[in-house]
Design a protein around this ligand. Structure first.
Ligand SMILES: NC(=O)c1ccc[n+]([C@@H]2O[C@H](COP(=O)([O-])OP(=O)(O)OC[C@H]3O[C@@H](n4cnc5c(N)ncnc54)[C@H](O)[C@@H]3O)[C@@H](O)[C@H]2O)c1
Length: 295
């Protein structure tokens, strides 16, 4: 997609941080907007900031619930007749130790960071295929989708998962010869946003658990470092511009955090291997690529 004018963009987690910056960037390029977020007040404020005119639709959505994501897709099409851009952006970070994290907390983070992307793909991609006009799906993973740090159990696990899922989407669209849908995955590092205030969306039953672990000195130190890093990180607006540049160039990867030579070499080596399909299960890779080329 190079010309965004008149396109319809759906942004999950659109009430703050990167989501709101993506909404503003889409609007500046002439898109109609559908912003979705679990926080109704923040969503209303964001819609107001975006002009709250007939070209902005705000839909309260819990992205961890597949039926709510399906309702979001239906609302977007009912309002604007189509969807061209889907930003799977909503996400949460809560540090934890893998063995102390409750089953309910695992479910929460997996639901918001990971199942949301599967639901977005399931609800939006078939509609985009039927439309046949230029479309693009963007997933916001993280640098933590390629790396792991202490305390990052749930976050890194889910961000790795959506990297693989979005790459699988890209490979499948090509293998199935779907011509009109591009795919981009962003793996940002520290970016200015509200991500270090997870209490704003933590389910009430988990608030004690999430708060208590800051008694652990390692996790407390990690959170302090992260808070400073996010406060001094890349601006959400700069990241949104990088994402739109990648959509226009049809780039699969946006790697803003991997900007020194060593880490860029690492990230692009992973990315190149994965996107070429040559990282398929080694015993099958030649046969797989040969079969694909004959279809
Ligand atoms: N800020 C960073 O440093 C950074 C780095 C790498 C990746 N990311 C990713 O960027 C994305 C955007 O996060 P951000 O940094 O702008 O943080 P943010 O907290 O400012 O924005 C996230 C938004 O998602 C919403 N949200 C949370 N749970 C939801 C749910 N169940 N359903 C719908 N909406 C929900 C929140 O209300 C919030 O408005 C996330 O996927 C995050 O993991 C952020």
């Amino acid at each position: 997609m190079k010309d965004f004018k008149g396109s319809v963009a759906v942004i999950t987690g659109g009430a703050s941080g990167l989501g709101l910056a993506l909404a503003k960037a889409a609007q500046a390029r002439g898109c109609k907007l559908v912003i979705a977020d679990i926080r109704e007040d923040a969503l209303a404020a964001a819609a107001k900031a975006l002009g709250a005119n007939g070209e902005v639709l705000a839909v309260k959505t819990d992205v961890s619930q597949a039926d709510e994501v399906e309702a979001l897709a239906a609302a977007a099409v009912a309002k604007f007749g189509k969807v061209n851009l889907l930003f799977n952006n909503a996400g949460i970070f809560a540090s934890s130790l893998s063995w102390e994290t409750s089953a309910d907390e695992y479910d929460w983070v997996i639901g918001v960071n990971q199942r949301s992307v599967a639901s977005g793909i399931r609800s939006f991609v078939p509609r985009m295929i039927a439309q046949g006009d230029p479309c693009h799906v963007v997933t916001i993973s993280s640098g933590a989708g390629l790396t792991v740090n202490p305390g990052f159990a749930t976050y890194s696990m889910t961000k790795h998962a959506v990297l693989a899922l979005t790459e699988a989407l890209w490979l499948d669209l090509r293998a199935q010869k779907v011509p009109n849908i591009g795919v981009t995955i962003a793996m940002p590092g520290m970016t200015q946003s509200g991500i270090m205030s997870p209490e704003k969306t933590t389910p009430s039953a988990l608030k004690g658990e999430v708060g208590e672990r800051l008694g652990n000195p390692v996790l407390k130190a990690l959170e302090t470092l992260m808070q400073a890093g996010v406060a001094g990180g890349l601006s959400a607006e700069a990241l949104a511009d990088q994402v739109f540049a990648a959509i226009a160039a049809d780039d699969l990867y946006v790697l803003p955090a991997f900007d020194d030579e060593g880490s860029r070499t690492f990230a692009t080596a992973v990315a190149t291997g994965r996107a070429s399909g040559t990282n398929a299960y080694p015993p099958f890779v030649d046969a797989f690529l040969e079969t694909l080329s004959t279809l």
